[in-house]
Design a protein around this ligand. Structure first.
Ligand SMILES: Nc1ncnc2c1ncn2[C@@H]1O[C@H](COP(=O)(O)OP(=O)(O)OP(=O)(O)O)[C@@H](O)[C@H]1O
Length: 235
């Protein structure tokens, strides 16, 4: 992929996410499971939405659709005003790179790179100069209390610190949308609360929208809106 390739034109002021009649079925052992049966959702710029639902209800599947990570979905998906339903693989990758940041339950940091390098790398692929990327990484890691851990590799960081680096990486390109799948699900309660507070503060501070899948009702109540996935639709 040409890293300088311009992204597919986004529309200012458009909803950050608009999905309509989103469907997804899986075939397993000759049985078809209709996981998403017509999900509608609009997320406005800067809005932080909690996605709740029982285990297996399709929260991760929904995030994969909105994150343009997988094919096989029915319905309409629009990200920042871009109709993503019909985009090819490369164009989907550009939309992701330019508009979406991801945080997962497990940090998925690159083990051979230190904290600052893990936050610099996703910025470099947008074509920004290295010094600018490093300054942004320092700013984010400092705000997350990791100013003294910049040179540490992931294996030398605690679970909470690793997850904070993952948060910094997701926010590094100031995405319009942050998708988080149980972002603190792997941490003890006190650490989870702290990391989640920092995550929310930074997301709000830079005006990104977010969709956060969680089982934690308490965390959900700290967000702007709660939607619940049940029987394949949002309630
Ligand atoms: N690639 C796949 N092939 C077959 N079935 C799948 C696949 N991915 C997901 N599923 C099924 O889709 C359903 C929804 O899974 P998903 O991981 O989206 O749920 P979830 O709400 O995120 O669950 P949890 O809260 O436990 O993480 C599950 O029944 C799962 O087995």
């Amino acid at each position: 992929m040409n890293v300088q390739e311009p992204h597919v034109g986004a529309e200012r002021g458009a909803p950050v996410v608009r999905i309509e009649k989103l469907t997804r079925s899986f075939e397993q052992g000759g049985v078809t499971i209709d996981v998403l049966r017509g999900v509608d959702l609009v997320i406005r710029p800067g809005e932080i939405v909690a996605l709740l639902g029982p285990s297996g209800s399709g929260k991760s599947t929904m995030l994969q659709a909105i994150g343009l990570l997988e094919g096989g979905f029915g319905g309409h998906i629009e990200i920042a005003g871009i109709n993503a339903s019909k985009l090819g693989k490369d164009e989907r990758a550009w939309v992701r790179r330019d508009h979406i940041g991801f945080v997962y339950q497990f940090h998925h940091l690159l083990p051979d790179f230190n904290a600052i390098e893990n936050v610099v790398l996703p910025q470099l692929i947008t074509g920004k100069p290295r010094e600018e990327c490093e300054e942004r990484a320092r700013e984010l890691l400092g705000a997350l209390g990791l100013g003294q851990r910049l040179e540490h590799r992931p294996s030398k960081l605690s679970g909470g610190e690793q997850q904070r680096v993952a948060v910094a990486r997701a926010l590094a390109n100031r995405p319009r949308l942050v998708l988080a799948d149980e972002p603190t699900g792997n941490l003890d309660e006190a650490t989870a609360d702290k990391v989640f507070d920092q995550f929310l503060r930074l997301v709000r501070g830079q005006g990104s929208a977010a969709l956060v899948a969680t089982h934690n009702e308490r965390l959900a109540q700290g967000m702007d809106r709660v939607v619940r996935l049940h029987d394949g639709v949002l309630q």
